[in-house]
Design a binder for this molecule. Structure first.
Ligand code: DX5
Ligand code: ZN
Length: 225
């Protein structure tokens, strides 16, 4: 069975969380200079995850500095309260977790009604079946390959079968959503995810630490799925 026969071309989405927070606009330039198309923006509330990052004001301030696709990952207990501010700030896509208790369908609708892309995020221990009610509403599934909250953690190999399971769901439902992975992605773990069926890779630490960031991006985006 060719699970990945309809996979989109691989994309690297560098995470600004691992950039220099005193010079975020300069870090965005490093992402552009590497030839990336996407910028992953990690938003944390100190409640759903045990850490804080930055909010819509920072995203808005960065928007005039780049035309990169703003991929906003909301790690919030109440993401439905923050859709409008992030859309006004310039988000191109917003992903929301399935674990907290809030109106998920209405929140996806609010993102789509604004003409933006939307996605659902699963923590490492949340099963693929949790996506089922919303499969037809989403542009992307984000599978966390670490427990969210911090950059620089080790990749969880035990998530690999779930990537394949989500790729199988995509095929059986004739859906076209992207499959993104986030956490501990580097030049060794990226090919494992791509072979399993992922097509969109977030990398924070490995991207900003790479000696040659363009080469890092090219290597990852050149993997044959
Ligand atoms: C973790 C964030 C990630 C993080 C990845 O909560 O969602 O996007 O920036 O960082 P690395 O690539 O360092 O694991
Ligand atoms: Zn993220």
């Amino acid at each position: 069975m060719l699970l990945n026969s309809h996979s989109p071309k691989p994309i690297l989405a560098p995470s600004l969380l691992a950039g220099d927070h005193a010079r975020l606009a300069d870090s965005v330039q490093l992402v552009e200079q590497a030839g990336a198309q996407w910028l992953h923006l990690d938003i944390m509330d100190g409640h759903f995850v045990p850490n804080l990052s930055f909010g819509p004001q920072t995203v808005k301030a960065l928007r005039p500095h780049t035309s990169l696709f703003f991929d906003v990952h909301l790690m919030l207990a109440n993401p439905h309260h923050f859709i409008d501010p992030f859309i006004e700030a310039g988000a191109d896509q917003i992903t929301i977790h399935v674990e907290p208790d809030y109106p998920i369908a209405d929140t996806l609708d609010a993102i789509r009604s604004a003409g933006k892309k939307c996605g659902l995020v699963l923590n490492p221990d949340t099963p693929a079946s949790a996506l089922e009610p919303w499969i037809d509403m989403i542009d992307m599934v984000l599978l966390m390959t670490v427990q969210p909250g911090f950059g620089g953690q080790s990749f969880r190999n035990d998530v690999l079968p779930k990537i394949a399971a989500v790729a199988a769901i995509r095929q059986s439902r004739k859906a076209a959503f992207r499959i993104q992975v986030d956490g501990g992605i580097d030049s060794e773990t990226a090919p494992l995810c791509l072979k399993a069926g992922a097509d969109t890779l977030v990398a924070g630490t490995a991207f900003f630490k790479a000696n040659d960031r363009s080469d890092f991006r090219r290597q990852i985006e050149a993997v044959e799925c």
